[in-house]
Design a protein around this ligand. Structure first.
Ligand code: GDD
Ligand code: MG
Length: 194
């Protein structure tokens, strides 16, 4: 059996307002070799990068809080979510993107970052691949208040909190953003802060 298990793919545009939603009709070869017809909707909004900022002296991390409409529409009472700083990749590479987003969102100017994972955000429906970073910060890297771009009507609260408090929030279900969960777990596993 060939590695390529789909054929006769036909794409139909459903929406291209801000990002792009397409419907795909295609034939899919099942594991037993038979062919079936399938339809899937796929949302294309590019790729993303996010970072866990940590300070080994103060034993703190920097997270952000912002309104996320989809969470408000489902279960998240006031719609505000605690997250890692993150953004959509423009034409730049993921390191440059995450350094730019860090300065825009939390006002910290990083010199270097470390990529730790790449992973699909929601592979059943989104094309997006997320690039995960960690970065060490110190107080002298603070260059502004952050808060996001006014031109994009971003409204971001910056939270610098003890790592132990972030871990408590993770364990008690107060942090419900998957990307933030992933990087806090990375920090625990790799003992970024002792
Ligand atoms: N007008 C309009 N503006 C939009 C829309 N969607 C997004 N935007 C604008 O695009 C900006 C995107 O900000 P970024 O910081 O680049 O992205 P992000 O929303 O933080 O996304 C990050 O987190 C997502 C997880 O929720 C990730 O999916 C994404 O890859 C990235 O890491 C928003 O502030 C907003 O101004 C829309 O439908 N309409
Ligand atoms: Mg963002």
């Amino acid at each position: 059996m060939s590695n390529i298990r789909i054929k006769n793919s036909k794409k139909t545009l459903l929406s291209d307002n801000y990002y792009t939603l397409n419907k795909f009709n295609f034939d899919y070869q099942m594991s037993d070799g038979s062919w079936v017809h399938q339809m899937r909707e796929v949302y294309e909004r590019g790729h993303g990068a996010g970072i866990l900022l940590y300070n080994t002296t103060k034993k703190t991390v920097v997270l952000i809080k912002q309104f996320r409409l989809p969470t408000f529409l489902h279960d998240n009472k006031d719609g505000f979510l605690i997250e890692i700083p993150a953004g959509l990749l423009d034409l730049d590479n993921s390191e440059q993107c995450v350094i730019r987003e860090t300065e825009e969102e939390v006002g910290i100017r990083l010199k270097s970052v470390k990529k730790v994972y790449e992973g699909y955000s929601s592979p059943g429906v989104l094309t997006e691949k997320m690039h995960f970073f960690v970065g060490e910060y110190t107080d002298d890297m603070k260059v502004s208040e952050g808060g996001g771009l006014e031109s994009e009507t971003e409204d971001i609260e910056v939270l610098e909190i003890p790592f132990t408090e972030a871990v408590r929030m993770l364990n008690e279900g107060e942090i419900v953003d998957t990307r933030t969960i992933v990087l806090l777990q990375y920090a625990i596993i790799h003992k970024l802060i002792n």
